[in-house]
Every structure is written in C-alpha cells, then in structure tokens.
Design a protein around this ligand. Structure first.
Ligand code: ACO
Length: 432
C-alpha cells in the first residue's frame, strides 16, 4: 500500500480551490490523488499517452528512467539476468518473493505438467492461412484458450486464477513454437518435460522428425536471458491493455490475447522485428549517415528503430545485458564479423555521439540487440515479437492477478476532451 504523506496538493482555478491528498510510493515521485476532482470541481484532467498519470497501484516492477534502473520485486534486472532463471523470475513476479528450493521445484513441476495443448487446438492452428504472421496465430490461439479451458475462467475463484496463470506460462512456449512450425510448414513438435523451459522451447521450434536437434546450452542460456529481460516492464502499453481488458472482468485468456494484440505494434513489441529489418536495410556501415540524417529530418516519418524509450532517458539496462549476450552467442557460433552486428555497433557509436540523439536522450533499447541474437539462433524476424509475447505473458498475468485481488480496482473508463460538434438536429437525406 502507498503511504499517505499527510501533504496535500491544491489546485486553484477561478473561484474554486480543490485540495487533493498525496501518496508516497516506495520508490519514485509522489502521486496526487485526483479521484475526487470531477465530483468536487467538475473538471477532468487531460493526459494523452498517460505521461504523468499513474493508472494503478502496483508492487511488481519499478523503473527509474533517469538512473536506467529496472527492478522486479526490488531485485535489479542485471542480477536476475546473471544469476536467476526465467522460471524462477516468473515465480518472483507472480508471488512476490524468490522461491525456496522446494517452492521452485513445486512451481517448475506444475508449469512442466501443463505444457501440452488440448489436442483439438491443433485444428485451430490449421485453420489459419499458411502465410499468416505468427503474431496473428498467437493472438488467436491465446484468445481461444478460453474456449478450451472453461474450468479456469471464473475470475472470482482464486484457485481458477492460479490454474489459468500456470496454464498460460506453461502453454505459451508451445503456442509460440507451433505458430512458428505452422508458419514454416513443418510438423508440430510436442513439449519434452525433461527439458528446461528455454531448452524445450528451442527444441519445439527447431527439432524435426527427420533429424535429432541437440539444443546448445549457450543458446539455451541466451534464450532464457531474453525471456527474463522481457518478462515485465511496469505499466507499458500492452500491460495496461491487459489491465484495462481485465477491469471489465473478462477472463484471463481474453485479457492476455488483448495484450498480445497491443504488443504487436512497431512502437512497442514489434520494434525488434522492425529494428533488424532496418539494420539489414542499412546493410553497410558507410550508409549509416544517410539513415541518421533521415531520423533527424522532421519531414521524414523514419525513426531509428531500437532507439528511444518513453521511460528510460539515460540508458536501458536490458540493452546492456542484451549486448553482452549478443557477443557471447555470435562468438559461440563463430560469426562475430556478422555484417548486421557491425552495422548495429557502428550505428550505436555514431548515434550516442550525435547531438540530436544526445539532447533528446535517445539510447538503444532492449530491442536493439535482441533481434541480432534471435537471428543468430535461427529465428526469422516474424518470430521476434511472438517470442517477446511469450516472455511478457509472465508479467501480464502477474499484473492481471494483482489487479483482480486489488479491492480498489474499478472498470477502466477514461474521460475525454470532447472537440466534436455541439448539439444539432438530424436533417433528412433529401434535405442535405
Ligand atoms: N529516432 C529518431 N527520433 C526519435 C526516436 C527515434 N527512434 N524516438 C524519439 N525520437 C524523437 C521524436 O521525433 C521527438 O522529437 P521532437 O521532440 O523533436 O518532436 C522526441 O524524440 C521525443 O519522441 P516521442 O515520440 O515524443 O517519445 P515517446 O516517449 O512518445 O516515444 C518511443 C517513445 C515510441 C519508444 C519512440 O522513441 C520510438 O518510436 N522509438 C522507435 C521504436 C522502438 O524502438 N520502440 C521500442 C520501445 S521498447 C519496447 O517497447 C520494448
């Protein structure tokens, strides 16, 4: 619970003065509680894009954009990426504490026991056009889970909420891997319960009946780190979408499908695909100045993908870890001289020295290097955003659970600043 500071904020306009309580979070700026503003003063606040508005109280993730700090339940992301595993991070996000050895084993067993999909869901995959984008498939299949798992859709039953949580975390790798298999026209590979979460995902993606696929432990580690780095990120667009959908008491599968849909956009999760495509389009280091000039040109809508962030105005801590992972993976695969990586490194160097990017505090974000790793592992660009969705499912469902259990939760219903026509009378078509 946020603490009441005992301090109030006063808003005066014309003859009216309104006094509002202020709350103090554990970390971050104090918050003015404007909930009674409309009732007491008959005015709305205006904040498109929620740049200054806290939409909820949350104890899961904290970002300090100026310091370049990201904490999951208080733990720095660098420590978790280095020492923990994605499954442990899922436990931390959902339940709030790091698990004991016994709790971790029990949680891992529960996740592992739910990795298969209802066999009828195979037909659902087959209904998509064969050239469907895997994000379209993931969005559709996650939403369809509500039609297959009725026994975990009652949001007022804590046990059903728990089962839905485990099901989503357990089945999302199978859904994403099968979206990929369908996309490339290969047979679906069933989950293997003796494998770790990341290893099983890579196996379901790259194994074929004709040939044994041995998952490299370095690639497994890189995959697991990508999952950890993308697991949650506070009240971003897709998480807010999940919360908004959930605020109407929609079932958890429908809410997560809404999150997948929002994540798809190139300004959010789709940036990793757009970034690698941009690096390839640039192609060689000598063409970088042309693209930097385009990014600065106000008459050109082009933006340097993988640069900039709404919250990080110093650096994105995830990008640092991702860069280390990229070096490790490309080193293992013996492709350090990968031309895309050369372009990425040089683009980063030039942009970080360029006054336009320095003044606007535009730094590489998590997506700048993740695409290079996923490409090296063997994924096509169309799979980058589905992989992000896989990882973010952990954060979405944690935030959804937190919201449902919050007694102050209400249906999300923003107000508007109406600029349309004032009242007017209907004119029949013959008289227009
Ligand atoms: N390239 C060039 N200029 C940029 C970029 C960029 N990537 N990002 C922002 N700017 C400029 C804008 O033109 C604007 O300039 P102005 O003040 O002269 O008008 C200024 O920086 C501020 O930009 P906004 O769009 O207002 O910043 P906002 O916080 O709304 O946007 C966003 C953040 C959407 C991430 C933006 O930086 C962007 O489009 N980046 C590229 C897409 C991307 O990489 N998205 C991934 C985000 S991370 C994630 O979702 C996991």
């Amino acid at each position: 619970m946020a603490k009441d500071t005992g301090v109030t904020a006063t808003l005066t306009f014309g003859d009216t003065t309104v006094t509002m309580p202020m709350s103090r979070p554990t970390l971050g700026p104090d918050v003015v509680d404007i909930r009674k503003l409309y009732a007491e003063a008959d005015i709305f606040t205006y904040d498109p894009g929620f740049t200054s508005t806290a939409s909820c109280e949350s104890a899961i993730t904290y970002i300090d954009g100026d310091k370049g700090e990201l904490l999951y339940r208080g733990y720095p992301i660098e420590q978790l990426a280095d020492k923990s595993s994605f499954v442990e991070v899922c436990y931390l996000l959902i339940y709030g504490e790091l698990p004991t050895a016994e709790q971790l084993k029990d949680f891992t067993d529960r996740v592992t026991n739910h990795t298969m999909l209802h066999e009828q869901m195979v037909n659902f995959f087959r209904g998509f056009r064969r050239d469907a984008h895997p994000m379209a498939i993931v969005c559709g299949v996650v939403g369809a889970m509500s039609a297959f798992y009725h026994d975990s859709t009652d949001i007022f039953d804590p046990w059903q909420r728990e089962v839905a949580t485990i099901r989503l975390i357990a089945k999302i790798p199978t859904i994403v891997a099968w979206a990929y298999k369908y996309h490339v026209g290969q047979p679906f590979v069933y989950p293997q319960n003796h494998m770790s979460y990341a290893e099983n995902f890579l196996h379901m993606c790259f194994s074929v009946p004709a040939q044994e696929y041995k998952v490299d432990p370095i690639l497994t580690r890189a995959m697991d780190r990508i999952f950890t780095l993308h697991a949650d990120h506070e009240q971003n667009a897709s998480t807010s979408t999940v919360r908004l959908a959930g605020s109407s008491q929609a079932n958890p599968f429908a809410c997560i499908a809404a999150g997948v849909a929002c994540l798809w956009g190139p300004a959010h999760g789709g940036a990793n695909q757009a970034c690698l495509e941009m690096l390839r389009e640039i192609g060689t280091v000598d063409r970088i100045p042309e693209y930097i000039a385009r990014a600065k040109d106000k008459s050109d809508p082009f933006r340097l993908m993988g640069f900039g962030h709404r919250v990080y105005k110093n650096f994105d801590p995830r990008a640092k870890v991702m860069k280390e992972s990229a070096d490790e993976v490309l080193g293992l695969l013996g492709i350090e001289d990968n031309p895309t990586l050369q372009v990425a490194k040089e683009l980063e160097r030039i942009a970080l020295e360029d006054p336009y990017f320095v003044e606007k505090k535009l730094y590489p974000n998590v997506d700048f290097y993740s695409g290079i790793i996923l490409d090296a592992i063997g994924f096509p660009t169309s799979m980058f955003t589905p992989i992000f969705a896989l990882a973010r499912t952990a954060g979405w469902i944690s935030q959804w659970k937190e919201m449902i259990a919050d007694p102050s939760q209400k249906i999300g219903r923003p107000r508007q600043l109406y600029t349309g026509a004032a009242h007017r009378d209907y004119v029949s078509v013959a008289e227009r």
